[in-house]
Ligand binder design. Structure first.
Ligand code: GTP
Ligand code: MG
Length: 247
């Protein structure tokens, strides 16, 4: 089952529900700082999600369509965190998690059209409380297997009762077509008890190109609807609007 979901979960309840009664006391002493750190990541994830919901609201009023189809969030589970630190030979400490792992909090924004991916990313990065740490454009330069998405690592402040903390969030922006391909590729590649042959990888790569072609054609249709729409207040594209805000 995918770790990405849209449900709101209470971190403490979730963490404590997966252990038996005997260890709860031990857990309370040992893991409260860990749970607290995870809750900070959750807060950062919520802040980013809200920023995208606000942008979606604004654009849908302006252009009569939603640039965001859906948003999914996921918090990396403790086992994956431990495995990643061990794999990289890094210390298993809270400060090591904060310094070295950039994908504890993940926000995946599924957009309607490729232009929405770039307009939303630009609009987010323009905001003065967001710091861009890393950007990987797998849309302009897809991975060799055909994977496409725009990945951002951003730092965002969360305001607690007595302090302000900067937290890192991994943001993946992709179209519905890119998400369709990535979800099925993930399922196929990690299917238990079955071999993933080079021929299957080639077929998947062809499917990725087909889905990119679909995105191009759909975006072509969107451009035609804009050309056919002579109403002046709707003539500016989303990308242009973000550009003018920037300037
Ligand atoms: P990680 O150590 O896995 O985080 O690698 P990285 O730091 O080089 O990150 P990258 O930006 O390449 O990928 C991070 C995330 O993007 C993954 O955890 C996946 O969610 C997604 N992703 C990257 N490549 C693929 C892919 O080939 N297929 C699918 N389905 N998802 C991918
Ligand atoms: Mg990762």
């Amino acid at each position: 089952m995918s770790e990405w979901n849209q449900e709101d979960e209470n971190i403490k309840t979730r963490m404590l529900s997966i252990v038996d009664d005997e260890t709860i006391d031990w857990m309370q002493r040992k893991s409260v700082p860990f749970i607290r750190l995870m809750s900070y990541y959750k807060c950062a994830m919520m802040e980013i999600e809200t920023k995208f919901n606000v942008l979606n609201e604004e654009y849908s009023l302006e252009f009569d369509r939603n640039p965001i189809s859906s948003i999914k969030t996921r918090l990396k589970n403790p086992r994956s965190i431990k495995e990643k630190l061990e794999r990289r030979g890094l210390p298993l400490t809270l400060s090591s998690i904060e310094e070295n792992l950039y994908d504890i909090a993940g926000v995946r924004v599924i957009c309607s059209f490729p232009e929405d991916v770039y307009a939303l990313s630009k609009a987010l990065l323009m905001q003065d409380d967001i710091t861009l740490i890393e950007k990987k454009d797998y849309i302009k330069t897809p991975k060799t297997n055909g994977y496409r998405s725009l990945h951002l690592i951003a730092a965002i402040p969360i305001f607690l009762a007595h302090e302000k903390r900067m937290m890192k969030v991994e943001i993946q922006l992709r179209t519905i077509a890119m998400d369709f391909w990535a979800s099925l590729e993930h399922q196929l590649r990690y299917k238990k008890d079955s071999e993933f042959t080079p021929e299957m990888a080639e077929e998947l790569y062809r499917c990725a190109n087909l889905s990119a072609e679909l995105d191009r054609r759909m975006e072509g249709l969107l451009k035609k609807t804009k050309q056919n729409n002579n109403v002046s207040e709707h003539s500016e594209s989303m990308a242009e609007m973000v550009g003018s805000l920037n300037g």
